[in-house]
Structures are given as structure tokens and as C-alpha cells.
Design a protein around this ligand. Sequence first.
Ligand SMILES: [Cu+2]
Length: 264
Amino acid sequence: MPDVALLIDWENVYYTLRQHTTGPLPSTLAILQAILQKAAEFGPVRVKQAIFGSEIASQDDTLLMAPGQRADVLVQAGAAGSYALRAIANDQGYPSPVGPLARIVVEGEPLAMALPAALGKAPLATIGDEEITNTRRLTLSVDEPESPPSANYQEFTYLVCGRHFDPNRVDQRIPLGAVEEWTVVNEHEDDHIFHIHTNPFEMIAVNGEKLAERDWRDTVVVPRKGSVTFRSRFLDFTGRFVLHCHMMNHEELGMMQVVEVYKS
Ligand SMILES: [Cu+2]
């Protein structure tokens, strides 16, 4: 299985490629070559670290965080010293911001504290197949302006289910008490970030592949030309709220919908 991570170090910029596919190795190598070629345009490239196959789980120290996403991370301090926490480049279809986020200083007398062997349970019970009352399919897409896009940027339109946001239109009506499975399909060649207010959702699958470990979220990356599938309970709140792409420029250009939970 050609899982691969590559860290390229030129100046203080890191480029990370993480691929998790079941495709044959040559396709992975082709991607690596393409990225090395691209990186070489910025100057001499030195491969700092290349990790293949099962080693990736123990050596991978990166975490993909979408705008609006949060993560709890347990860290055990290593040797005394100063450590950089930095944003590294992420391939989301176009360049992402990079740079320092924080400096972590480890100092003082060591404490005897071990990391826990197992993590605690999720706060909500998992949603079983028998609980589902309805399914929905939403699409994310973008209408691009006429070429060149930079001269016609105001023509960009970001859509959910083929429609631009309208605050006066309810796009998803859900009866109170419903338990639903949604599949959000990203038809665009860039990643988008699905975010919904009020009720969290339990992640079930990415690109149709069931997850070994489900987790609860309100924000998730919907991979380009891919999909996410999740389940959600609508048990107490009635009224209107929104779902949207959490890249704010996309949301502002229309990638948002009104959701209404109603008493039936
Ligand atoms: Cu978006």
C-alpha cells in the first residue's frame, strides 16, 4: 500500500505530501516527481525526509486542520529546548499559507507523566443504521469566470446544490427528531470545508470508503472531486441556522445554505 509522506526543505519552507491510496506505486512516484519539479522552480530542492509505507504512522508529525476546525492533541515534552510549531504547505488545489504559529519552550525539572494508553469515549453515542430516518445528497461546486480569471474575479460563484446563497430561502427542511445520513459531494477541483451550525455530525466515510474510526465534528474537509458521508441527530433545537464552506471567501461568494428544523 503506497502511503507516502515527503518533506522537502528549501530555505525554511516545508512541503508535505500525504497520499493515502490503494493505487499502484508508480502513480505515487509520478506525483512525487511532479511536486519535485514544481518545487525546483523556487530554487534548489533538498529532500529532507521521505517516509514510505507503514513507517508513516509513527513518523508523521503533521495534522491537517481546516479553517474553523479544532483538535485536541496530547503532547509529551521531549528534551529541553525550543520547538517550532509551524504551518506547513498543504496541497488543497492551490497554495496554502505557511509560517510559524507558536514557539514551545521545554525547560525545568522533568515530570513523571505518561501519555494515556487509550483515549476517552466520544461524548455522543454512535449512530447505527437502524436509527436513520432520511438521507440527503448535497453538492459543492464553483462557476469559474471567463479567462483570464484574475481579470474577471467578480464572476466567481460558489454554489451548494447548484444554487447561490439566499438568506430568504430554506434549502434543507428537517423534522425535529430526525436522524439523517448526508453525503456531501465536492464537484470542484479544489478542496472545500463543510461546516454546519447547531448539531455536530458523526463522520462515516470519505470518498465512499468507510472510516475505521468514526469521530464527531462540525467541520470537515471535503476532498476535491470527492465526498464525505456523515450522520447527525436533530433532537432539540427548532429554527433556522446555516451550513457553509468554512473558507470565508467561498461562503461570501455564495457557498452557504439555510437549514430549518421544524416541529412536525
Ligand atoms: Cu470552499
